[in-house]
Design a protein. Structure first.
Length: 351
């Protein structure tokens, strides 16, 4: 009889009370541990929720294209479009009104080069967005070469086809300095080349931008889940893949070491990517570095949920929220997601 179960002695109060409790008549029984009790109503579930977060902790990607012919919807990423200067301003207005406060910008130049890249079009748009947003929003700039290079790689190569690391770092620094001069709030290097955080930090400081933070893509795995992004950003490599610089998904130590190295080189924020492939790494990286670690819910992860919903297998909004909570439970301090602008609609508080 459940109602005649005696209370366990003080020493076993806690989880142990469910096991080995004794009835008033002395029969040894095991009262069922009814974990469902605290799941019964929404207020009870809210009471014991351990994670929650706000729309201010979601970062919305925006693709800035130079070529007006490249605008329009992005296959695989419903609700996301490629933007020119004018449409980017309209998008910013709409997103600010919807409660989004953090943006990460991906410049997509019209023409590709081997070196000597010109981010002028992006800087015009950054400056316009900066003027419009004031200090109401943060504009992070994804800083990489793969949308600029003719071969779609995140590094430069010498004439023998070998990676040219010094030239790569110089090119990244040059882009970052121009982005910041145009009004970027922060730099987010996504290239995974050795030494880029230190090179960026030194150059930013030398240019007087010592208050500009670096959000490093510190544990970025080579992945099949970047497909929709590469279409949108024209960044698919024309030869080979990114395994020479992105991390092998089996290499946990490498992911930790990459993150610790970024921290040591002066990164202010770290990031894992793809989010779902990195759930086991977020908290260990945070513990090892003492830095806030975010998760990038990459294009393929977002597209997968959209496809499930399109086929009638899931409710998109609920699935999106579920995925964010899982990343949060894994320790993510912030989340880059193609659905950041939906935060309020999905019930998140502003901040
Ligand atoms: C560029 C970059 C990529 C992503 C962010 N920055 C693509 C890649 O590394 O191939 C992926 C983002 C996504 O899939 O949403 N270095
Ligand atoms: Zn890249």
């Amino acid at each position: 009889m459940l109602d005649r179960v005696t209370r366990a002695p003080a020493a076993t109060i806690g989880h142990a009370t469910a096991v080995g409790a004794v009835t008033a008549t002395g029969d040894a029984t095991v009262p069922p541990r009814r974990l469902q009790r605290l799941r019964r109503t929404a207020p009870l579930r809210d009471l014991v929720a351990e994670v929650g977060f706000t729309q201010s902790q979601l970062i919305q990607p925006l693709f800035l294209v130079e070529n007006a012919a490249d605008t329009g919807p992005i296959p695989g990423l419903p609700g996301n479009v490629r933007l020119t200067r004018e449409s980017a301003l309209a998008q910013l207005d709409a997103d600010l009104a919807a409660g989004a406060r953090q943006f990460i910008l991906f410049p997509v130049p019209a023409r590709k080069h081997v070196r000597d890249f010109d981010p002028g079009f992006a800087c015009d748009t950054i400056a316009a967005l900066r003027r419009r947003a004031g200090n109401d929003a943060s504009l992070w700039l994804d800083t990489c070469l793969c949308s600029y290079t003719a071969d779609g790689h995140c590094c430069l190569h010498d004439t023998r086809g070998q990676q040219d690391l010094p030239a790569t770092l110089d090119a990244l620094v040059e882009l970052a300095l121009q982005y910041v001069a145009a009004g970027a709030d922060g730099i987010a290097p996504s290239d995974m080349n050795d030494g880029r955080v230190a090179a960026l930090r030194l150059a930013l400081d030398a240019a007087g931008h010592d208050l500009v933070p670096i959000m490093s893509y510190s544990a970025k795995f080579a992945s099949q889940l970047y497909g929709p992004f590469r279409g949108a950003a024209h960044s698919a490599p024309t030869h080979g893949d990114r395994r020479r610089y992105q991390i092998d998904v089996r290499a946990r130590r490498d992911a930790l070491a990459s993150s610790q190295r970024c921290a040591a080189e002066g990164a202010d924020l770290l990031m894992v990517k793809p989010g779902m492939s990195s759930l086991d790494l977020i908290q260990p990286i945070a513990d090892a570095t003492g830095l806030a670690v975010g998760a990038y819910q990459v294009s393929g992860e977002y597209a997968a949920l959209a496809l499930l919903a399109r086929e009638g297998f899931a409710d998109f909004d609920a699935a999106l929220l579920e995925s964010w909570y899982a990343l949060r439970r894994g320790g993510a301090a912030f989340i880059i997601t193609y659905g950041a602008r939906l935060g309020r609609t999905l019930g998140l508080a502003a901040r």
